[in-house]
Design a protein around this ligand. Structure first.
Ligand code: MBD
Ligand code: FE
Length: 324
């Protein structure tokens, strides 16, 4: 097929009209972005001679992704989350906000409103009997090494089957999700279990896309963090446990050399007892350095639709109203 119509005046006029260029209302930015987006897609259809069948297969796939709320899962798989991180890294470098622990993607499985604790929390509910006990600890510091007492450390991870509480309704509420405020030395400690890797559900629309690209949907064992403190830049990051076959082959592109951590398996009864544990465990140490910023916007996580986030917003709004 040699039909090429993209460059014709008729198509160019059509794109202007679809994008509302001839209309008063709406947003200029929305119009410009939609115009670029549609133009690129129309050109692609022309260049690749996309057929009716291919086009409607894609529409059907988008409907499936949406109805199963999988855009948040496909997004890291197609590298958007990491690309936004690369851009934020470049923005920070330009503003000379450097030297902090590297950021990496949030992923789609955070749930707001986890129970809060001071210094120490147990994250797991004790029901995952297949899993190794994990002792996860570290210090939150300034980039010049000064501890940050009271820093807010939010941690979430999956169980030994790769499932996250809330999204897996068989788990107890907020299992493996806690907020820990660092102690007077900036230290936080969590008792939990070693998580396994995560795999995109077989046959799910996200899996269909990845399979078409010859790719897998596996993530290495990892632990998510939000870390914040007044006057410091909010940090979204994760650690990867070393030795996982997918450590450097993550479908979500979240691995960063500095965030790969070797857990230390400890058999010593004395060491276990010191931590109030009954048997062998794996200690994972993750120290975190935050960069200073005066910008209030940079001190909090960016807005995004998150599970239970609206309830949290409503609750804190209610609390602040109650105070006046
Ligand atoms: C996860 O646990 C995750 O962190 C990401 C980014 C995608 C899918 C599952
Ligand atoms: Fe995850």
């Amino acid at each position: 097929m040699t039909v090429k119509i993209y460059e014709t005046q008729a198509v160019q006029d059509f794109l202007n009209s679809i994008s509302g260029f001839d209309q008063e209302g709406g947003s200029e930015r929305a119009k410009k972005i939609m115009h670029r987006f549609l133009s690129d897609l129309f050109k692609l259809i022309d260049d690749f001679d996309v057929t009716q069948e291919e086009y409607w297969t894609a529409v059907n796939l988008l409907n499936a992704l949406g109805s199963q709320t999988q855009f948040g899962l496909l997004s890291p798989g197609l590298g958007f989350d990491h690309y936004l991180d690369m851009r934020q890294d470049a923005i920070d470098a330009e503003a000379k906000r450097t030297g902090s622990t590297p950021r990496t993607i949030e992923g789609p499985l955070y749930v707001a409103g986890a129970p809060e604790a001071e210094g120490f929390a147990r994250l797991d509910d004790g029901s995952d009997l297949d899993a190794e006990t994990m002792w996860l600890t570290g210090q939150v510091r300034d980039i010049d090494g000064t501890p940050i007492p009271g820093a807010k450390v939010e941690i979430w991870h999956c169980n030994s089957k790769g499932n996250y509480s809330f999204f897996d309704p068989t788990q107890s509420e907020y299992n493996m999700r806690r907020t820990i405020y660092a102690d007077s030395e900036g230290r936080y400690t969590a008792r939990s279990i070693i998580p396994s890797g995560y795999g995109v559900p077989e046959g799910a629309p996200t899996d269909v896309v990845l399979k078409a690209l010859g790719r897998h949907g596996e993530r290495p064992a990892h632990i998510h963090y939000f870390i914040s403190a007044p006057d410091y830049q909010h940090l979204t990051t994760q650690i990867n446990l070393a030795g996982d076959p997918y450590t450097f082959d993550d479908f979500a592109f979240a691995t960063r050399e500095e965030l790969v951590i070797e857990g230390k398996h400890i058999e010593s009864v004395a060491e276990a007892e010191k931590r109030g544990l009954e048997g062998p465990f794996t200690e994972v140490i993750f120290d975190i350095e935050l960069a200073k910023t005066e910008s209030a916007d940079l001190q909090v996580r960016h807005k995004r639709a998150r599970a239970k986030e609206d309830e949290q917003d409503a609750a804190s709004q209610l609390a602040s109203t109650a105070k006046v």
